[in-house]
Design a protein around this ligand. Sequence first.
Ligand code: BES
Ligand code: ZN
Length: 624
Amino acid sequence: MKKLAILAAVALVGCQSNETQPSESEETTMKYANDIHSFSKPNEAAVKHLDIFLDVNFDTKIITGVADWTIESAKGATEIIFDTYHLGIESVSTDDGGQVDFSMSDEDEILGSALHVPITNETKHVVINYETSSDAKALQWLDPEQTSSKTAPFLLTQSQAILARTWLPCQDGPGIRFTYKAEVKVPENLMAVMSAGGNPTELHPDGSYNFEMPQAIPSYLMALAVGDIEFRAIGENTGVYAGPTIVDTAACEFADIDAMISAAEDLYGPYAWGRYDIIVLPASFPFGGMENPRITFATPTILAGDRSLVSLVAHELAHSWSGNLVTNATWNDFWLNEGFTVYFEQRIMESVYGREYSEMLASLAHEGLKDEVAEFMHGHAEDTKLAIDLTDRNPDDGVTTIAYDKGYHFLRLIEQTVGRDRFDAFLKNYFTSHAFQVMTTEEFVNLLESDLLTPEEVKEIGVQEWIYGTGLPENCPVPNAVRFEKVDAAASLFKTEGTLPTSEEAAAWSSHEWMRFIQELGELSVDQLTALDNAFHFSKSGNSEILAAWFQPTIRAGYEPVRPVVEDFLIHVGRRKFLTPTYKAMLESDKSEWAKEVYQKARPNYHAVARETMDDLLDYQMAE
Ligand code: BES
Ligand code: ZN
């Protein structure tokens, strides 16, 4: 049935010119979703496989590439379109046409420019010689001082959502999958890893590395990291890459990874990607983690020493199903990637560490969600819809707590309504029968209605309101974190009586309990903050989440001892999740001079995606 539909779409394109749009009824039979964030027209000509050679030059901070794309085209297609952003295209050739006359469209600020390559029905390969620009947004080139061991420079890529096109001419939409082989040349003392098979466990003395990705992936999962890194095995098919001074710490922190994989497989079926490794990147990596297939990219700020922040690993691992197997069709459907992943992450955490523990995580997420929804409702209510419309916007605008935690609470409500057994059976089938395919919000709603929910349940849940409505519906589940009851009581005792938690209590608390404690306290006086800091040394915490939570009341109260800690943190850590609330606290408490001064120093350490957000927040203008 599906095959027929594809053939129909192919035949359709064959008898029309490039410009002609399919009629509405025919559109539903198209293989690829219409993605507003890509210029490519995969229903006419689509990439299938990539053979790429990359030469990584740390002196010029430029990657030179030769990308040999294997393509498939519909009958009559006369061109294939790639996405690019500030790429220098040197030449393009095809297997049947030799060097061809390509053209570039005018640049769109968000999307970059389309690369049009003429093809015929005989064209099977398009070879593009290109180089990246000095402002390639996906790439972060770091000096040795910006790495953990400070021995060598580092390069990392961050392709999600639409930054792959800044280091690779590609059809840059989440629905367009391809397999790849890569040969990467790096300076002789450095190691390279990719989101692929073949990652090295030892340095290759000649600086040449080969990778092969046999499972088809979308471009946003293309990833490369190069630096002075070492490998440590954890289990038979798991391990960690990190700088030599932190690799053992990292291996110890992630010791539960095999248990997490078993838990995930027990829930929703076999892990589809072969190995699962984690690379711990320099602190300026803009995210907590990125689910690059076979090798999660992670921030070092999760190395707390006590494994208390490993839910992030559960999250990125969960993406191996939600996102990497069943992929959001377009960035408007981003909540399908992240909401499902937070739900799955919670289930893994519950299975490995118990319900009491995972409910603490859920409760922290719930509080954060309520705050964010309340904030958005002043002027940006549309952005609280799960089904967000990102037309003419950067997909990065959709990366909010809404996709993650409103998505999570919606799925939790479904679970609550139908019971775990029914929901788990549905989800297992969902991941199996849509593996390596895309999912749209509409199709998911249809699946819910056809395969899981009765009409009464659809109504009771309020599926339409949850997905297409703004705000947080009344029936939003409230996690039940029993371990927070004591914490809340202790926080209120401190607020009212000035009584500190006892040392017994303090010793028993995990970092989540401390986070809750700090958040519950709200605004405090300098005297209160001093008493707390003397007792619990929050300003010296080695736990990035506790430290970032502690910055809120201290910055707002003007607690002086925290100033150098904040500055040091902002200069060294580039994780956007921490930067935004910290700079916001500075701005909201009349310390914008200070914020700008620190930002001036810190900005060069940030990745482009973090820089863009902070530039907006701090109204930063580049000096001419
Ligand atoms: N895929 C995301 C990160 C991302 C999203 C990058 C959109 C670019 C565009 C990743 O899985 C993620 O969600 N990371 C979170 C971790 C978390 C919720 C545990 C992060 O970085 O904080
Ligand atoms: Zn995620």
